[in-house]
Design a protein around this ligand. Sequence first.
Ligand SMILES: C[S@@+](CC[C@H](N)C(=O)[O-])C[C@H]1O[C@@H](n2cnc3c(N)ncnc32)[C@H](O)[C@@H]1O
Length: 168
Amino acid sequence: MTFFTKIYESWRKIQYEKYEVILENLRLYGLELNNKYIFDLGSSKGFLHDFLEEKGIKPRVFVAMDVDKEAIRKNRTSLKVLGRGEALPFKREIFDVIFCIDVLHLLKRVVDIDPLKNGGVLIISLPERYEHKMNAGVEHLTKNGCKPLSLFEISGQEKEKVAIIIRE
Ligand SMILES: C[S@@+](CC[C@H](N)C(=O)[O-])C[C@H]1O[C@@H](n2cnc3c(N)ncnc32)[C@H](O)[C@@H]1O
């Protein structure tokens, strides 16, 4: 294993820890991912897709999007979009769940929830050092037709703040 592969794989492990906790929290609210329309914004090489596959979770549709061409090329998801999170190329209200894991701080504005169905959920996760961005994002979404369902912390190798937000 090369040095780069080792670093890459150790990051995969850190992300999988986060996904595990997020999944547990979604289940607490009766939110399952099987048979759902899921969008992974800022998917990178597709760790979330691979994690769900390993867990035996079968979304109805899983779309990955990233601005990085190389990341999208390596992503094993079958529905992939190369593009910016600030200009989503989707119709209104098509996804049940939007994941935005470690991406919000890189966007020029808060996630556009138009492609999220009413009653659908947006999951935002950010390292603790970007807590101010999380708070600003949650405040903006709350003023624009969303309600925070759960706000929690993950204390894994990286301390992470997570918000599960429902579109009303
Ligand atoms: C820290 S990685 C997070 C990857 C992934 N969400 C995960 O769970 O491991 C951030 C990703 O966001 C992407 N990104 C940065 N700015 C973006 C933008 N404006 N629109 C879409 N993706 C963006 C980067 O290319 C990178 O792949």
